[in-house]
Ligand binder design. Structure first.
Ligand SMILES: *Cc1c(COP(=O)(O)O)cnc(C)c1O
Length: 428
């Protein structure tokens, strides 16, 4: 990465924005207002902003529905019967996969369960699951209920990876060691690709290799990684993954999720799964006959017919991702987050009031920085919200700030820093 000497000044931030090759993308999004002012929005890790193009994408499907009704399934180049194919090129690029390894469907938590049905097959000898401690609650509930579903005891089955005493993030060596130590009874490593609380990106490639060497399978929840961190799921030989589309993928609240199933499982009709008609060979689907014949690849995990309106909103955002490309996005992301890190250092200085718990190494993080605030806590956060900064507060004392390279600017970071500095002077 090119080395930049950052400066805490408006002129510097403006200069960075002027020379930003992606600066034009900001105007493709709607920004919310806080107290009548356009917000400094750093919450793309929770809900991405709405692309201005969403309305027209949805309107097109509403028109098709109005004008074609049931014929919309088969008429036109975007016939609904094949609509799932449309999002594949962009999704494949975002997660580093072949098109047949990805498909958009359902919601994230549902997909976690459906994928576990296929990829968590505990036996008497191999039944343990390794995950990260403090995982997102839905993932914890999912794992516990899956384990109980198989008649097992979560306490004896789920191994949680916790940071060393006095540390906030996991060391790769510790993760790999735990995997290796369980090589006789490990069934699955199932964890986040990017930890939602600390912002740490795990070494998915090394984890995948270690899991396989220990005779286990590996899956990742990429809710915070998709559209944010570099991913090469195919090359890393990850068995399966799933993500949501409403965080960095800007597709609207609760919108459709996506799954990845590695090519090596593309033709495994024996792999147990909870099947539905949309996963059945599409050439024969309307024969409406008995005998499930899964489609090749990830498509074979589909259950129900495509949610066309949801996919339309999703596509509006994916088309922007295709235009910008993940490589350029990542390049800006590192600069933007680097600037945020620099300014926090300038503001916190010797006082140590703010402590960044996200790893310093850009390879071990996405765009988000998690700040531990040692004084003033929620009052500081509330104060900067009042001044137009939308971040995210996590109990008991963490502020998550996610500068999103698609629509955030260096001036956003500068404005945030000024407001943060004032809020700290008032309350810390
Ligand atoms: C956001 C998030 C979820 C949310 O799940 P939904 O099914 O989309 O409600 C689950 N897991 C992780 C790790 C998340 O970050």
């Amino acid at each position: 990465m090119e080395k930049i000497t950052y400066q805490y000044s408006e002129e510097f931030a403006q200069k960075m924005d002027d020379s930003d090759p992606l600066k034009g993308f900001r105007s493709k999004f709607f920004f919310p207002k806080v107290n009548g002012q356009e917000a400094v929005y750093f919450c793309g890790n929770s809900l991405g902003l709405q692309p201005k193009s969403v309305q027209s994408y949805i309107q097109k499907e509403l028109d098709n529905w109005a004008n074609l009704a049931v014929d919309g399934h088969f008429i036109g180049e975007d016939a609904w019967y094949h609509i799932r194919k449309k999002s594949k090129p962009a999704l494949a690029e975002i997660v580093g996969a072949h098109e047949h390894e990805v498909v958009a469907m359902n919601n994230l938590s549902s997909n976690l369960h459906f994928l576990m049905v296929s990829f968590y097959r505990p036996t008497k000898e191999r039944f343990k699951i390794i995950t990260e401690a403090g995982a997102f609650p839905s993932d914890m509930y999912m794992l516990e209920s899956q384990v109980k579903f198989h008649g097992l005891d979560p306490d004896e089955t789920i191994i949680e990876l916790a940071p060393r005493a006095g540390e906030y993030t996991l060391r790769t060596e510790d993760i790999l060691k735990t995997i290796e130590n369980q090589k006789h009874d490990l069934a699955l490593v199932m964890m986040a690709g990017l930890q939602y609380y600390t912002g740490q990106v795990f070494d998915m490639e090394a984890i995948s290799r270690a899991a396989h060497q220990s005779g286990a399978l590996v899956g990742f929840d990429l809710a915070h990684a998709a559209g944010n961190a570099p991913l090469q799921l195919h090359d890393w030989e990850v068995d399966f993954a799933t993500w949501c589309s409403y965080k960095y993928l800007n597709s609207g609240p609760g919108n459709i999720s996506g799954i990845f199933v590695h090519e090596k499982h593309a033709e495994s009709p024996d792999l147990p799964r909870f099947a539905g008609w949309w996963g059945h060979d599409e050439g024969e689907r309307f024969r409406m006959e008995k005998g499930f014949k899964p489609m090749y690849g990830a498509d074979g995990w589909q259950l129900a017919n495509s949610n066309v309106i949801a996919l339309a909103a999703h596509q509006a955002s994916l088309d922007i991702f295709e235009e910008v490309g993940m490589a350029r996005l990542r390049k800006k992301s590192e600069l933007l987050t680097g600037y945020l890190e620099f300014l926090i250092g300038q503001i916190s200085g010797e006082t140590g009031i703010l402590e960044i718990i996200t790893p310093k190494n850009p390879k071990e993080r996405g765009c988000q920085l998690s700040l531990l605030i040692h004084k003033g806590g929620k009052s500081v956060f509330d104060e900067f919200y009042k001044n137009g900064v939308v971040g995210d507060w996590r109990h008991p004392n963490v502020i998550r700030i996610a500068p999103t390279p698609l629509y955030n600017s260096f001036l956003d970071i500068y404005r945030f820093a000024k407001i943060l500095e004032q809020s700290l002077q008032k309350f810390a």
